[in-house]
Design a protein around this ligand. Sequence first.
Ligand SMILES: Cc1cc2nc3c(=O)[nH]c(=O)nc-3n(C[C@H](O)[C@H](O)[C@H](O)COP(=O)(O)O)c2cc1C
Length: 224
Amino acid sequence: MRIKYKDKSETFTEDDLKSKEPFGQFKAWFDEATKTPGVLEPNAMCLATATRDGIPSARFVLLKGFGPDGFKFYTNYESRKGQELAENPQAALTFYWEPMRRSVRIEGRVEKTSSADGDEYFRARPFHSQLGALASKQSAIIAGRETLMIKERELLAQHTEGQVARPECWGGYRVIPRSIEFWQGQSDRLHDRIRFRRREPKDKPDGILIHEGTDGWVYERLSP
Ligand SMILES: Cc1cc2nc3c(=O)[nH]c(=O)nc-3n(C[C@H](O)[C@H](O)[C@H](O)COP(=O)(O)O)c2cc1C
């Protein structure tokens, strides 16, 4: 299947960057994505992890906060992703905002967020989502849907709204980026790619191949 991208795609040049570090640039694109009709879940991102041996797996999760300390999501620490992150704390995140023909790719080291952060977010979740976190031993094999329904009924009888404590096995992670790439699809297929990465001692920004960013970042254009 091959579709034609919109005719007047927005070119994305170095001059169009809203910031010389990637978090400001991400914020600008993310804010636009949240206002763009047809982007139903702008915070949905594909999270790739891998085992110690490098066998990859990927799934979608929801972005719940971002800034220089990382890109946050919440999940079950004992799930498949949780187990992979425990043995190999590296991950990649990919967003695709189809109506805008934009994608963002993030790679970096992963850390758990604090238990206070996990508590705060858990408290803010709807009652049924809180019970869902308690009911589901995420990624485990179960006999059928009925198993979950029974568990949920038991939990409903045992808990009152506003009184559910966060289970130890549930909480947040943040991906602390080493690189963030901004991709803008173009109708002529000469897509624009600008990648920020952490500055290394050997880097000599020349304004042609390597551009000087701020806050310890450099950026460069990649061939599509
Ligand atoms: C759009 C979307 C958003 C999702 N958000 C989350 C999330 O924030 N946290 C989560 O644990 N699972 C989320 N899921 C479910 C995961 O994709 C996945 O099924 C689950 O986390 C188990 O993955 P694992 O077995 O690889 O650990 C989401 C799924 C979709 C399609």
